[in-house]
Write a protein that binds this ligand. Structure first.
Ligand code: GTP
Ligand code: MG
Length: 370
């Protein structure tokens, strides 16, 4: 149950704690400043002071973060967000690296890139694709388990000399469960033993029917090592994105998802955020998970300081008060007061959950100790 301390209650009403204690005495309750009050007692006090009390629940706090939906006219096309999955050693990291090198913008800038957990490739025709650079099912499932739907398209990497393996099958089931469309990248086509047909045939057994087999899943033959088929793969991604008709309104306060976060020496907590709606700007106040902050600096995937980030763009954010987790939401709010309120509420909820878990395990230990 939700309790509130005398001090907190006083703060929220902008009254002095001493006056709240006095009021409680009048109600026959002897309380100290750090004492917790149950909601009914708190309500009595609030009414005594002539305020209205709104009991804030989970739903209220989450609802306060929701901004009205965008209308169709406000929506414009945004880049697809792609996650690469596949069996161990089939070339996920190599493929992400190779795709990154196709970026025409970093080519011009001299190729200064840094790892921020996600990056965006701009193609020669100026189309953009965002890749989540934390390959593997763990990142995907972790984010999904936290309710974050980040990925629009899964690229399933299958090595042409090894074909379908256990983690290939696992990746297929993850993509299916998330209802995210798949594109198969048949990798290592430069190898002597490469057999793309075998891959396509074996995928049939897992209900992945590529176009050549009469299905609707695109399959592209690539070699991360030889830099072969990369443009074909990007074109397949853009085609899939077109079918999905991905759109977002850039002209509103931003929200998005944390892709990666860490504590950095000299910089404090740093998070890579994928902006999903709106435009994130320097100076914005935000809540992310149980943390909050004010955007001090935004740094893009080329290590360049930018003033703002639009939908589909991954940026590193400086100015957090703590380290959030991958998959946490990231929502810009109108004031520091609101940010504090939401983050306080979520921190309290985490503490309560931890306390409940500890109590439970203590009880279990008691019963299993002999
Ligand atoms: P994990 O992260 O360990 O699951 O592996 P991964 O899927 O990221 O594979 P990674 O990119 O590390 O590649 C594994 C090995 O395959 C490395 O030795 C790569 O050099 C090699 N490799 C990747 N792509 C290709 C390719 O297209 N052709 C050839 N010949 N080798 C490749
Ligand atoms: Mg890897």
């Amino acid at each position: 149950p939700d309790t509130i301390t005398v001090q907190e209650l006083a703060n929220r009403m902008a009254e002095r704690a001493a006056d709240v204690i006095k009021c409680l005495m009048g109600l026959g309750v002897m309380a100290t400043i750090n004492q917790s009050l149950d909601p009914d007692t708190a309500q009595l006090v609030v009414e005594e002071f002539g305020h209205n009390m709104k009991r804030v629940s989970d739903a209220d706090v989450e609802e306060a973060l929701v901004v009205a939906d965008d209308t169709d006219e406000q929506l414009i096309s945004r880049p697809p967000v792609v996650t690469v999955m596949g069996h161990v050693d089939h070339g996920k990291t190599s493929l992400l690296d190779a795709l990154r090198k196709t970026d025409v913008v970093s080519g011009e800038a001299g190729g200064i890139t840094q790892h921020i957990g996600a990056y965006q490739v701009t193609m020669a025709n100026s189309a953009k694709i965002t890749f989540i650079d934390t390959p593997g099912h763990a990142a995907f499932t972790e984010m999904r388990s936290r309710g974050a739907q980040v990925t629009d398209i899964v690229v399933l990497v299958v090595a042409a000399d090894d074909s379908v393996m256990p983690q290939t099958i696992e990746a297929i089931s993850h993509a299916k469960a998330a209802e995210v469309p798949m594109i198969v990248a048949i990798n290592k086509m430069d190898k002597p033993g490469a057999d793309a047909n075998r891959v396509k045939t074996e995928l049939l057994q897992h209900e992945v029917v590529v176009e050549e087999m009469g299905g609707d899943v695109q399959a592209v033959e690539v070699s991360a090592k030889a830099g072969m088929g990369l443009t074909d793969l990007e074109e397949a991604i853009l085609l899939q994105a077109e079918v999905l008709d991905l759109k977002a309104n850039p002209n509103r306060v931003a929200d998005g998802v944390v892709v990666e976060a860490r504590m950095e020496k000299g910089r404090g907590p740093v998070a890579t955020v994928l902006v999903q709606r709106g435009t994130l700007k320097t100076g914005d106040i935000f809540v992310t998970g149980a943390e909050w902050g004010r955007v001090r600096a935004l740094i893009d995937d080329h290590g360049t300081r930018v003033q703002e980030a639009i939908p589909g763009m991954p940026v590193e954010v400086n100015g957090l008060n703590g380290v959030p987790s991958a998959g946490d939401d990231f929502v810009v709010v109108e004031s520091e007061a609101k940010a504090r309120e939401v983050s306080d509420f979520r921190q309290r909820r985490i503490r309560e959950q931890q306390a409940a878990a500890m109590k439970k395990s203590a009880l279990e230990n008691m019963f299993t100790s002999n």
